[in-house]
Design a protein around this ligand. Structure first.
Ligand code: IMP
Length: 351
């Protein structure tokens, strides 16, 4: 038995970015474009999670037109999932847009190769090999199988991992970008159920040390544009979000209303009991929860706010692009008193 190294690990609230001299006169001078490698370039570095309460056609259209991308979830037959992809491409085309970026999620067993091929034929511009614990022999085999079947020219995202070893292995096995974070999602109970995980920002810091040709997607636990900016400073090339995009017109599911007039939508982890029973008819171990989130209208306004926040964030460090920001950003740790001061704190003050 070897003892684990008892390293300290940071998450988003533990750090702040130090403001620096800026010669940026307008936030419009700041570019939010990110190159995720192997042909996947996003004008907005935000990706919607492959979850059944987040990413279907409507989310793919709005995210794609805004310059980001949604990954259509895989909890459907191949035909239905592919139809969601082609519908999103068809609608955005009818609105006069160039083809948008849309991801198609696949698993690591069963029909995943056929699914991947059909998704690409239907207009998906990249694939996402979507499993909870991606640093796994089945991921290695799946990536080998996919590369054999579709070649090297399609961007493949894979994950999730929590370590430098994880991202390096996935890159060596054929991934172009990797979703980094285990157990940090808002609807996730992996750390409670299994005791495993690494705080989200630390995962990004660690995974960004990779020397492979691979890009880092900070996935899960991102609550606002400030967290996004911290993730980019730590080395992320894009962020993946669920809860930030949940409860919107574009997220799947009905708007519900309670007796007091409170309107909400459902948002659930894909490993929650509810999601498993829905898609498989039963559940095994569950590592997610199902939650009600407030109904918030169109995601388009939310994305505009997030984009403004990212631009402003980069400008506080005097950086005109994410790549430049990563080379100049200065991060420091804050105490819990600093964290308290960092949040709006007039409410609850003793006058
Ligand atoms: P959020 O943006 O904090 O809501 O986190 C969304 C992320 O949580 C997704 O992109 C997945 O990586 C992760 N996730 C989705 N469903 C589950 C689950 O049931 N258990 C654990 N993690 C999940």
């Amino acid at each position: 038995m070897t003892w684990p190294k008892l390293d300290e690990a940071l998450s988003y609230d533990d750090v702040l970015l130090i403001p620096q001299y800026s010669d940026i006169r307008s936030r419009t001078e700041v570019s939010t474009t990110t190159d995720l490698g192997n042909g996947l370039v996003l004008r907005l570095p935000i990706i919607a999670s492959p979850m059944d309460t987040i990413s279907e056609s409507a989310m793919a259209i709005s995210l794609g037109i805004a310059g980001g991308a949604a990954i259509i979830h895989r909890y459907n037959g191949i035909e239905m999932q592919s139809r969601m992809v082609s519908l999103a491409q068809e609608v955005s085309n009818q609105k006069g847009h160039d083809p948008i970026n849309i991801g198609g999620a696949v698993g690591i067993s069963g029909d995943f190769i056929e699914r991947a091929k059909t998704l690409l034929e239907s207009g998906a511009t990249f694939l996402c090999v979507d499993v909870a614990h991606g640093h796994h022999i089945l991921m290695e085999e799946a990536l080998a199988g996919l590369r054999d079947a579709i070649g090297n020219d399609v961007h493949i995202m894979a994950g999730n991992v929590a370590t430098l070893e994880g991202i390096n292995d996935l890159a060596d096995w054929g991934a172009d970008s990797v979703r980094c974070n285990i157990g940090g999602g808002s609807i996730c109970s992996t750390r409670v159920q299994t005791g495993h995980g690494v705080p989200g920002l630390q995962t990004v810091i660690d995974c960004s040390k990779t020397d492979r040709k691979v890009t880092v997607i900070a996935d899960g636990g991102i609550r606002n544009s400030g967290d996004m900016v911290k993730a980019f400073a730590a080395g992320a090339d894009a962020v993946m979000c669920g809860s930030l995009l949940a409860g919107t017109d574009e997220s799947p599911g009905k708007v519900m209303e309670d007796a007091n007039g409170y309107r909400w939508k459902n948002y659930r982890g894909m490993a929650s009991k509810e999601a498993q029973v829905n898609w498989r008819g039963n559940y095994s171990s569950y590592e997610g929860v199902s939650a009600r989130v407030p109904y918030r209208g169109s995601v388009v306004k939310i994305l505009e706010d997030l984009e403004r926040g990212i631009r402003s964030g980069l400008s506080y460090s005097g950086a005109r692009s994410i790549a430049e920001f990563q080379s100049v950003a200065k991060m420091l740790r804050q105490t819990s008193a600093g964290m308290g001061e960092s949040k709006t704190h007039i409410l609850g003050r003793q006058w």
